[in-house]
Design a protein around this ligand. Structure first.
Ligand code: 5RP
Length: 223
């Protein structure tokens, strides 16, 4: 069901927002795979002229594998539309992202997120600059030396090798930070970004314009 929901959402995003002669931002994760499938299908069938800008190595590979036109932000600094998946979304369309490579642990499908009341458990991803020496390198699955309001973040680990931390395309670590209640996410985001070493968070506040949800009955919800 989760796969079907992702497919419905990915297809709906492409069908409702992609038009001819657009520059399209392509996100990462498993839902985006369906969106790119649909994009490639429409480009072929409708002979659309579309340029794709990837957010990651995975997105770049997807674009190339589907024979779509690959570009980057240097050549196309302005996107007409950007499509991406999310782990959770609230009523204000705040997105929690970055959980895609957690291999299912703590995963919550976007189609289920709407049913969760405000007291949801949210993972927040912190990309931590890689520090120089092995002494300061945090160990996967252990609390990192990073705390905010008395909470600790955990270094995300590679599932097949518990000793190895996940390292991003840009050689950063990812930390998962669980919150047990809804917060003012804008304030939380600003506070986290001010912590030395933090490069980015997975909180997207005020960025999403439309969110599609694949529903259990096969329909598509939209916010
Ligand atoms: C990648 C992301 C993903 O889009 C998000 O985690 C959703 O992943 P999936 O589509 O696999 O459920 O933020 O950085």
């Amino acid at each position: 069901m989760a796969e079907e929901a992702k497919k419905l959402a990915g297809y709906a995003a492409v069908d409702n927002h992609v038009q001819n002669n657009q520059v399209v931002g392509v996100g990462s994760g498993s839902t985006i795979v369906y969106a790119v499938d649909r994009l490639a299908e429409r480009v072929r069938q409708e002979k659309l002229n579309i340029v794709c800008v990837p957010t990651s190595f995975q997105a770049r590979q997807l674009i190339l594998q589907h024979g779509l036109t690959l570009s980057d932000l240097d050549r196309h600094p302005e996107l007409d539309v950007a499509i991406d998946g999310a782990d959770e979304v609230d009523a204000a369309l705040t997105l929690i992202k970055g959980g895609g490579n957690k291999s299912g642990e703590g995963y919550q499908n976007i189609s289920e997120a709407l049913k969760v009341p405000k007291n949801t458990v949210a993972s927040i991803i912190l990309k931590w600059k890689k520090f120089g020496t092995t002494k300061t390198l945090p160990r996967a699955g252990r609390p990192a030396k990073l705390s905010h309001r008395g909470r600790w973040a955990l270094i995300r680990e590679v599932t097949k090798n518990p000793m190895g931390p996940v390292v991003t395309d840009n050689s950063n670590f990812i930390l998962d930070w669980k919150f047990e209640h809804a917060h003012n996410w804008k304030e939380v985001n600003t506070a986290i970004k001010m912590i030395p070493g933090v490069v980015e968070t997975g909180l997207f506040v005020g960025m999403a314009e439309r969110v599609y949800f694949g529903m259990e009955d096969g329909s598509v919800g939209v916010r």
